[in-house]
Design a protein around this ligand. Structure first.
Ligand code: HMG
Ligand code: MG
Length: 298
């Protein structure tokens, strides 16, 4: 049976905006996060502390983290590929740090400039420091359903990285479909394999909608016992090192589906629709959310 409640991790301030070409003012990112906080999200991925040469859009992470109005029960997460990023995250009192590896060797090289094994070695001190500082630790597994450079990802590669993240002490582990090529049958197989070794309550689904499969993949994940999903308002998103990958699954669409499934999210859909229309207008484009545009037109 499906869960009564799911946790939605809103990733638009990070995954949603990181690939935008025009630089977005910190004030806009701050307003976005503040509005998302008001809408009821329990967990918001707010920034990345990565090399600004690699991802220029995320260079103002500290300003953003220091400018937002935080609620004590909301988790503000930031990406930290190395100790430098971790120290920056600690300085702005992030609640959760995210190490991000890949189930594909080729993508690991393109995205973080090292092999999977080297990345795990680099994450080890970050994981230890996070635990010592009492921060939550999350591990994200890119290319869990396929890789832009290597094609289909063997399920065992996903399980191997998940096992390593578990050993590093990750509280939560993301099965991420970076380029949105997964389809429900395969997603179910990957989730079943990962939940054989890790409590499903600690696994999340992170789906991009490149091929229009993300809602179906979320349903398949729900059926596999997963109850944490990453979404992005207006379907914003994409990774600069994953050619052709489009946005994350739109938050509005997921909230609409959860409502129909009688699954609670704690998030106010109407507020999210407004946020989606506002940020889309700011970026000068139409929302990529089907539910968002339908509800806004009502
Ligand atoms: P590198 O070039 O191998 O490392 O990059 P380096 O240590 O030689 O550093 C290069 C330069 O970056 C140096 O500056 C460092 O100081 C600086 P220079 O000496 O040349 O002036 N630097 C930093 N600056 C600020 N903060 C830092 C930092 N670290 C180094 N933390 C590195 C290795 C990992 C740093 C680089 O490859 C990088 O930053 N990659 C980030 C890529 C990224 O953010 N990708 C998008 C996020 S992942 C994603 O979107 C997928 C996800 O959504 C899930 C999914 O969908 O799959 C999570
Ligand atoms: Mg992503």
């Amino acid at each position: 049976s499906l869960p009564d409640r799911v946790k939605i991790v809103e990733v638009s301030p990070r995954d949603g905006l990181q690939n935008e070409k025009g630089i977005i003012a910190a004030a806009v990112k701050i307003e976005l996060i503040d509005r998302l906080t008001s809408a009821g999200f329990q967990n918001i991925e707010a920034a990345s502390f990565v090399s600004p040469k690699w991802v220029p859009q995320m260079a103002d992470g500290a300003e953003v983290m220091l400018g937002i109005q935080r609620l004590p029960d909301t988790i503000y997460s930031v990406l930290t590929p190395n100790m430098r990023g971790f120290n920056d995250a600690l300085a702005v009192r992030a609640d959760e740090v995210v190490i991000f590896g890949s189930a594909s060797e080729a993508f690991s090289q393109k995205n973080i400039n090292c092999s999977i094994a080297e990345s795990i070695a680099r994450f080890e001190p970050v994981a230890q420091a996070a635990k010592a500082a009492g921060l939550r630790l999350r591990g994200s597994i890119s290319c869990s359903l396929g890789c832009p450079y290597q094609g289909e990802t063997p399920i065992q590669s996903v399980v191997d990285v998940a096992q390593r993240f578990l050993a590093l002490g990750c509280d939560e582990i993301d099965v991420a479909d970076t380029i949105g090529v997964g389809t429900p049958k395969r997603v179910r197989q990957v989730m079943d394999a990962v939940t054989r070794i890790i409590d499903p309550a600690r696994i999340s689904g992170h789906f991009h909608d490149t091929y229009g499969q993300s809602l179906a993949n979320i349903l398949a994940s729900l059926e596999a016992g997963i109850s944490i999903f990453h979404t992005s308002v207006a379907g914003l998103g994409g990774c600069p090192y994953a050619k052709g990958a489009t946005g994350n699954v739109a938050t509005e669409d997921v909230l609409f589906m959860m409502d129909g499934l009688d699954i609670e999210t704690g998030v106010d859909l109407n507020e999210v629709v407004d946020i989606g229309m506002w940020i889309s207008a700011h970026l000068g484009r139409k929302t990529a959310s089907r539910a968002g545009s339908a509800l806004a037109a009502r």
